[in-house]
Ligand binder design. Structure first.
Ligand code: ADP
Ligand code: ADP
Length: 237
C-alpha cells in the first residue's frame, strides 16, 4: 500500500536526508522505524504525505503516486493519512472535541469549518474516536488542561475522526514517561488491530520497537540498514 521507489532527499543546504530508499509496506502493517537521532526517520515519514518534497524517486500510496499528485488528488491522498507528532500539535486553547473535529476539515468546504460548523454526524464520529482511546469524558476540556499522554490520545482520536487509513507517528512517545508511553503505544497497536489502520511509528528505542512492531526498519545516515521481523532486530543493527 505504501511503496518507496529509489527515494532520495537532499535538503537545500546539501544535507542528505534519505539515500535511495526502496520499501514496501503492506496494508494493516504495524511498522516501527528505529534509528539514532539524525538518522533520517523524520525525513522518511514526512516524505510519505509530502510534508516536504523528495528530490529523487517516487512514493506510491495504493498504487497512486503522491509524488506526482497535484491539487485535489493530492488532498484526497492526504486525507487518508493521519499524522501524530512528538509535541501533539493540538490547538492548546481549543476544546478536545474541536481538536478532534479538525480531523474532519478535509471533508467539508473550508468556510463552514472555519466557522466551526460541523454536521452532527461529525460530532458523533469525533466522540466515538475519543471513546476508542478512552478519553471521551475530556471532550469539553481545554486541550492544554490534559496531561501529555492524554493529549497524545487526543491526537490519535483526531486521526481516527479523519478516517485515516494510514497513521504516521513521528516519535509519538518521545516526551512521555514510561507508563504513559505504554498506554499510547497500546492505543496505537489496538487501533491498528481493530481498524486495520496501516501504522508507521518512529522510535529511537529498539526495546519498545521489539515489543510492539511486527516489522522493524532500521535506518542510519539516510539508508535502510535493517528490515525484517522484530525477533531479528538487534542493537548493533
Ligand atoms: P524535529 O526533530 O521536531 O522533527 P526538525 O525536523 O526541524 O525537528 O529537525 C530535525 C533535525 O534536523 C534536527 O536535528 C535539526 O537540528 C536538523 N535541522 C533542522 N533544520 C535544519 C537546517 N535548516 N539545517 C540543518 N539542520 C537542520
Ligand atoms: P531523525 O528523525 O532520525 O532524528 P531527521 O530525519 O530529522 O532524523 O534528520 C536526518 C538528517 O537530515 C539529519 O542530518 C538532519 O540534521 C538533517 N535535516 C533534517 N531536517 C533538515 C532541514 N530542514 N534542513 C537541513 N537538514 C535537515
Amino acid at each position: 500500500m505504501i511503496e518507496f521507489k529509489n527515494v532520495s532527499k537532499v535538503y537545500p543546504n546539501g544535507t542528505v536526508g534519505l539515500k535511495d530508499i526502496n520499501l514496501k509496506i503492506d496494508r494493516g502493517d504495524f511498522v516501527v522505524i528505529v534509528g539514532l537521532s539524525g538518522a533520517g526517520k523524520s525525513t522518511l515519514l514526512r516524505s510519505i504525505n509530502r510534508l516536504h518534497e523528495i528530490t529523487d524517486g517516487e512514493i506510491l500510496i495504493d498504487g497512486k503516486s503522491i509524488t506526482a499528485a497535484r491539487g485535489k488528488s493530492l488532498l484526497r491522498i492526504r486525507r487518508d493519512i493521519g499524522m501524530i507528532f512528538q509535541n501533539f500539535n493540538l490547538v492548546k486553547r481549543s476544546s478536545v472535541l474541536r481538536n478532534v473535529l479538525s480531523g474532519r476539515v478535509g471533508y467539508h468546504s473550508t468556510i463552514r469549518t472555519l466557522l466551526g460548523l460541523f454536521p452532527k454526524q461529525d460530532i458523533e464520529l469525533a466522540l466515538t474516536a475519543l471513546d476508542r482511546v478512552n478519553i471521551k469524558e475530556k471532550a469539553y476540556s481545554r486541550a492544554d488542561e490534559l496531561s501529555g499522554g492524554q493529549q497524545q490520545r487526543v491526537s490519535i482520536a483526531r486521526a481516527l475522526a479523519q478516517e485515516a487509513k494510514i497513521i504516521l507517528a513521528d516519535e509519538p512517545v518521545a516526551s512521555l514517561d514510561p507508563l504513559t508511553t505504554r498506554q499510547v503505544m497500546d492505543d496505537l497497536k489496538r487501533i491498528n488491530k481493530e481498524l486495520g489502520i496501516t501504522t508507521i511509528v518512529n522510535l529511537h528505542f529498539i526495546d519498545l520497537a521489539r515489543e510492539y512492531a511486527t516489522r522493524v526498519i532500521g535506518i542510519r545516515d539516510g539508508e535502510v540498514v535493517f528490515d525484517g521481523p522484530v525477533e531479528e532486530a538487534t542493537d548493533e543493527k
